[in-house]
Design a protein around this ligand. Structure first.
Ligand SMILES: Nc1ncnc2c1ncn2[C@@H]1O[C@H](COP(=O)(O)OP(=O)(O)OP(=O)(O)O)[C@@H](O)[C@H]1O
Ligand SMILES: [Mg+2]
Length: 226
């Protein structure tokens, strides 16, 4: 197996002085290609901070991040992340955050259009992805005409549109009932294995943990394997 992600000795503090909070306390994490990993831990443990640090949405203070063999962060140094992020990383959040005036298919097409993929090609790929998630008959629906679970499936399809190396999902099933939550996790796993995308999912939903290849636990800014 090849390594999709290696992050070493990540540190991040919010604030300074007496009120400073150490959100990441020397975190080291690695992921293999195609691996689906759960990240558990109590509120305030640093899970969201870790996800946004790994994607350089909010870079860490120090440490080193290597994605697909490329050093994207090394203490002071950081690569031009925007193009890299669009080509290599996908994000899914608790809320689907779809654009309300676009259809499901157009929402999935959007990141490909930003990457100058031709319309015909992006259209075909969007339809293919939506079909993978059982949404082929909903592709011309607007977000407001979709259920929460359906919107989340569109959001995951959109995150996978550019075939990212890594997908980071922060409580993607928190707004769903347990049946739909499980379904979404299972679909994410299948797609990850099919597309060789590595998936890191922050979740409080312990009912779907059997879906994951590996489970990590985070507490007080530190990570430990279970
Ligand atoms: N923007 C911020 N400014 C200051 N402190 C922050 C900020 N974001 C997070 N923190 C602090 O960092 C710590 C980790 O927060 P984080 O959001 O990463 O936790 P979490 O594990 O995602 O929690 P939850 O399960 O509640 O989402 C917390 O103590 C929090 O108060
Ligand atoms: Mg969080």
């Amino acid at each position: 197996m090849t390594q999709a992600l290696l992050a070493e000795n990540l540190r991040k503090k919010y604030g300074r002085g007496d009120t400073a909070v150490t959100a990441l306390d020397n975190v080291t994490i690695s992921m293999d290609t195609g691996e689906v990993v759960a990240l558990l831990g109590p509120s305030g443990a640093g899970k969201s901070t870790l996800l946004t640090a790994l994607g350089l949405i909010r870079p860490p203070d120090s440490g080193r991040i290597v994605i697909d063999g490329k050093v994207i962060f090394d203490n002071g140094y950081r690569t031009d992340i925007r193009a890299f992020r669009r080509a290599n990383l996908g994000f899914v959040f608790q809320k689907a955050n779809l654009l309300p005036f676009l259809t499901a298919r157009e929402n999935v097409q959007l990141p490909m259009e930003l990457d100058d993929v031709s319309n015909g090609k992006s259209r075909r790929r969007a339809m293919e992805l939506l079909a993978q998630f059982g949404m082929e008959d909903r592709q011309s629906f607007k977000p407001s005409e979709l259920s929460g679970g359906q919107q989340q499936r569109v959001a995951i399809a959109r995150a996978l549109a550019n075939s990212p190396k890594l997908l980071f999902a922060d409580e993607p099933t928190a707004a769903l009932d347990s049946v739909m939550g499980r379904k979404v996790m299972e679909m994410m796993k299948r797609v990850a294995h099919d597309f060789q995308t590595s998936v890191l999912v922050v979740t409080h939903d312990t009912r779907a943990l059997d879906v994951f290849d590996r489970i990590l636990h985070m507490e007080d800014g530190r990570i430990r394997e279970q």
